[in-house]
Design a protein around this ligand. Structure first.
Ligand code: FE
Length: 345
């Protein structure tokens, strides 16, 4: 009763989209930064298999604050979000608990989970380079490092250097190249920008279509999203997809494309710990990951689970195997670096 009332109060207070029907003690309650259409179909399959009902509440932001305010009264068992930055923020705020699960350790590669089990990646995304099919040669750019070459001066577009997607990429550069070299890279990239960083990833592709720039950095799944939107199809078709850092023989240059995750964490005060872990294990299974990845055009975190047609058309690529936990540890430095080089100015 308390949980049920609490949940609807939260929903009203934050203007969240809710939860149909009633909430009862055996249910698993999810706070999600991910849209219901991405996650609800998997929950339906889980419920079918286990009889455990899953209630999800969606919000664009504010979940962390909400969890903090609710403290031990929180009805939430699991938090779903994208990007290592947001998972790490929830962990740093002391809002998660460690999960020891043989199934999760077996199904999710170590690089994509927190060493003590505070968060787990369920799908992955490559940060790719896209270039104009008309104005850039097919092999003109092969690495993130290439982006600082003076031939690209005034020809690159990116979103804000402080957006989590860019921050994680910069953090990976810090880990691979050291702080001084990473800063030189970010500064070199900044020097080549066609315009002040603005807009989301898709806006960069649009800018290539419109001739504002010739090269951009985006998350790979935006290609499939654009190809599903008639207005955006011409944007997607104007660019070539480049998985960076594949075959270059220079040391460090063939480490693979930078990867990030969408993931899940068990909340510190999860009322239904057992049910929540069962749901996590289902989502980490081949069936769960396959469904989840397909919905958003992401990659499953585990090799061997089926890819969609677009991914198959791009073919296999090398992924940077840097641990997301290491990237997370360098996020603060990456954000400082964006300020220091005046990236968004
Ligand atoms: Fe995204």
């Amino acid at each position: 009763m308390k949980r049920s009332r609490f949940f609807s109060l939260i929903a009203m207070a934050v203007g969240l989209s809710v939860l149909a029907g009633t909430v009862s003690a055996g249910d698993v309650n999810v706070y999600s930064y991910r849209k219901p259409k991405l996650i609800d179909p998997m929950f339906a399959v889980f419920t079918q298999k286990t009889g455990i009902k899953v209630n999800s509440v969606y919000a664009k932001k504010g979940m962390l604050e909400r969890l903090q305010q609710e403290g031990s009264n929180s009805p939430a068992d699991l938090v779903f979000t994208v990007d290592i930055g947001r998972l790490k923020d929830i962990q740093n705020a002391g809002l998660t608990q460690a999960v020891q699960s043989d199934a999760l350790a077996r199904d999710i590669p170590a690089q994509f989970r927190e060493p003590n089990g505070h968060w787990f990646g369920l799908t992955s995304r490559a940060r790719i380079i896209v270039s104009s099919k008309d104005r850039v040669g097919a092999s003109d750019i092969t690495s993130y490092e290439d982006l600082t070459n003076s031939r690209w001066k005034g020809r690159i577009c990116t979103r804000s250097g402080k957006h989590p997607y860019m921050v994680a990429l910069t953090a990976s550069m810090i880990v691979h190249h050291g702080s001084a070299n990473a800063k030189a890279w970010l500064s070199g990239l900044k020097a080549n920008l066609a315009r002040k960083p603005q807009g989301n990833d898709r806006a960069q592709v649009k800018a290539i279509k419109e001739g504002v720039c010739d090269v951009a950095i985006i998350n790979h799944y935006y290609m499939s999203k654009m190809l599903k939107d008639p207005k955006q199809v011409p944007w997607a078709n104007a660019v070539r997809v480049i998985f960076p850092n594949q075959k270059d023989l220079r040391p460090l240059y063939h480490r693979g494309a930078h990867m990030n995750i969408s993931g899940v964490a068990l909340t510190k005060h999860a009322p239904n710990r057992e049910g929540a872990i069962a749901l996590m294990e289902f989502l980490a299974s081949a069936e769960g990951q396959g469904m989840y990845a397909q919905k958003n055009g992401e990659y499953p975190v585990t090799p061997g689970i089926a890819w969609n047609d677009l991914q198959k058309s791009w073919g296999p690529f090398k992924q940077d195997d840097l641990a997301l936990a290491d990237i997370a540890d360098n996020r603060a430095a990456a954000i400082r670096m964006a300020d220091e080089v005046g990236y968004n100015k």
